[in-house]
Design a protein around this ligand. Sequence first.
Ligand SMILES: CC(C)(COP(=O)(O)OP(=O)(O)OC[C@H]1O[C@@H](n2cnc3c(N)ncnc32)[C@H](O)[C@@H]1OP(=O)(O)O)[C@@H](O)C(=O)NCCC(=O)NCCS
Length: 146
Amino acid sequence: MIAIRLMTEDDIPEVARMEKLIFPDPWSEKVYRETFRLPDVRYLVAENDNKITGVAGVRNIVGTGEITNVMVLPEYRRKGIGRMIMEELLECGRDLGADDFTLEVREGNLGAIRLYESLGFSCEGKRPGFYRNPPEDALIMWFRKC
Ligand SMILES: CC(C)(COP(=O)(O)OP(=O)(O)OC[C@H]1O[C@@H](n2cnc3c(N)ncnc32)[C@H](O)[C@@H]1OP(=O)(O)O)[C@@H](O)C(=O)NCCC(=O)NCCS
């Protein structure tokens, strides 16, 4: 049974451990705590039997929702958790006042790109050399209201 809920400050250590497991340049607990306290920021977690299995965050910057930290634990992938959390996150972003949404994704991350495209995002640009470890360009994807 999957539940999507707002991340709390108490979730941060578990979320930071997950981030370390999944991303080569993970956000630290400190960075999560700092961004968590910013106004217009919301993080959602997916929970399966009291275990956090997915995370995603959004920050509303003057009407644009910047999406970050989208991840699902490897053993829980392809079960629809990424989609569920992203759909809820877009609603959360709208509640914060965002009309359009944007995110960056590694050019070779085809699974994530497919997920975002299936939600209505499309690629509008590229940031050469945006990622390190390993080096890779970022695609800039947008979801626009109209
Ligand atoms: C990207 C990620 C969040 C997807 O999470 P998920 O829970 O597996 O996604 P879902 O099960 O909701 O998949 C929804 C759709 O996205 C697409 N998709 C997801 N992963 C895919 C993959 N590995 N290959 C191809 N398509 C994929 C499919 O269209 C899928 O629908 P389907 O299963 O009906 O075919 C997950 O793979 C992940 O955490 N990856 C590592 C971290 C990461 O890359 N985050 C994105 C940073 S921008």
